[in-house]
Design a protein around this ligand. Structure first.
Ligand code: PBG
Length: 325
C-alpha cells in the first residue's frame, strides 16, 4: 500500500528526460583546456608511461595533434616545454629560441584559431628541478621574479595568448604584469596558479616533464594541504597584483577550496585536474576496476559543481573524441 508522502524527490528522477531538465550542473565542453608537452627536435613522440594517451612531442607532431584535436572541437590548450639542456638558471625558459617560444611561433603561423596558454615556470628548465633560483639549498624568491617576468614576456613576444605562472613565488603576478605592460602587452591576460598545493598528485607530470626536484621538495613555496584560509590569502593577493583568472590546483582533493574561493572572488576561477588524478582513472580503467567514461564524467562534473568556471584536464581529448557531455 502506498504511504502518503507529500514530498517524493524521486519524482524528479523518474526518467532520463526529467533528470536532464532538473540537472543543476551542465558541463560545457568549451570550458575545457587540453595540456601538451613539447620537446625539441622533429618526429619525436614519447609516450608518458604513467599517463596513457599523453605524449611528449616535437613541434611537428604537436601541430598534428592540435589539428586533429581541433577537428574534434578542442580550441584551448596549455603548453609546457621540456628543453634539451637544463641549467642552474633555467635559461631555456626565457630563451627567444627556447622550445616553447619556437612552438608558439609555429602554432600561431599554422593554427591561429587556437587559444594558447603557456605555463610560466622554471622547474622544467633548471638542473635542480626547483621553480626558482637556488642558493645554499634555499629557493630564492626575489631573484627568481625577474626570470619569471622575462619568461612571460618572451612567451608574449612569441605569440602566447595568456601566461600562467605556476611557480608560487611571492609577488610574481605583479612582476609579470609590470614586464608585460612595459613590453606593450597590457592586453595579455594572466592566469595565475594562485592556490597551488604541494601535492603527490603531480607525480606523473614530473615524470612527463623530468622536473622532479633533485633535492628536498616544494613545500617551502607550494601550499600545505591542511590550509584553507591561506588559499584565500594567496588568491586575493594574486587578484590585487593583477591576475585576470585565478586557479586552484589540484582539483579533486581540493573541491572544498574551489567551493570556498568561488564565493569570495569576482574573477573567473580555473581548476587543474592534475596528472595524478588522470593517471588514477587510467590505471583503474586498465585494470578493469572502473567504467572510464562514467568516472571521468563524474569527476569533471564534480569540479564544475564545486564552482570552477573552467578546467584544465588531460581527459579533454577523450571527452571530445568520444562525445562525452
Ligand atoms: C610546474 C608545474 C607543475 C604542474 C603544472 N605546472 C608541477 C609541479 O609543480 O611540480 C603539475 C601539473 C600536473 O600534475 O598535471 N611548476
Amino acid at each position: 500500500m502506498a504511504m502518503q508522502h507529500h514530498q517524493r524527490p524521486r519524482r524528479n528522477r523518474a526518467s532520463h528526460l526529467i533528470r536532464e531538465l532538473v540537472a543543476e550542473t551542465v558541463v560545457d565542453r568549451r570550458k575545457l583546456i587540453m595540456p601538451h608537452f613539447v620537446v625539441e627536435g622533429t618526429h619525436q613522440r614519447e609516450q608518458i608511461n604513467s599517463m596513457p594517451g599523453i605524449s611528449r612531442v616535437s613541434v611537428d607532431n604537436l601541430l598534428k595533434d592540435m589539428e586533429s584535436d581541433h577537428r574534434s572541437g578542442i580550441d584551448k590548450i596549455l603548453l609546457f616545454g621540456i628543453p634539451e639542456k637544463k641549467d642552474e638558471m633555467g635559461s631555456g625558459a626565457y630563451d627567444r629560441n627556447g622550445v616553447v617560444q619556437k612552438a608558439l611561433r609555429e602554432i600561431k603561423k599554422n593554427l591561429p584559431g587556437i587559444l594558447v596558454i603557456t605555463d610560466v615556470c622554471l622547474c622544467e628548465y633548471t638542473s635542480h628541478g626547483h621553480c626558482g633560483m637556488v642558493e645554499g639549498g634555499n629557493i630564492l624568491n626575489d631573484p627568481t621574479l625577474e626570470l619569471l617576468a622575462r619568461t612571460a614576456l618572451s612567451h608574449a613576444e612569441s605569440g602566447s595568448d595568456m601566461v600562467a605562472p605556476s611557480d608560487m613565488m611571492d609577488g610574481r603576478v605583479r612582476a609579470i604584469r609590470q614586464a608585460l605592460d612595459a613590453g606593450g602587452f597590457d592586453d595579455l591576460p594572466i592566469l595565475s596558479y594562485s592556490a597551488k598545493y604541494a601535492s603527490a598528485f603531480y607525480g606523473p607530470f614530473r615524470e612527463a616533464a623530468g622536473s622532479a626536484p633533485q633535492f628536498g621538495d616544494r613545500s617551502s613555496y607550494q601550499m600545505d594541504s591542511r590550509n584553507t584560509i591561506e588559499a584565500e590569502r594567496e588568491i586575493l593577493l594574486d587578484i590585487q597584483e593583477g591576475a585576470d583568472i585565478v586557479m586552484v590546483k589540484p582539483a579533486l582533493s581540493y573541491l572544498d577550496i574551489i567551493y570556498r574561493i568561488r564565493r569570495i572572488v569576482n574573477v573567473p576561477l580555473c581548476a587543474y585536474n592534475v596528472s595524478g588524478e588522470y593517471s588514477m582513472v587510467k590505471a583503474m580503467a586498465r585494470l578493469g576496476y572502473c567504467d572510464e567514461e562514467r568516472m571521468t564524467k563524474e569527476i569533471i562534473t564534480s569540479i564544475f559543481r564545486a564552482g570552477a568556471d573552467m578546467i584544465i584536464s588531460y581527459h579533454t581529448r577523450d571527452i571530445f573524441r568520444n562525445g562525452w557531455f
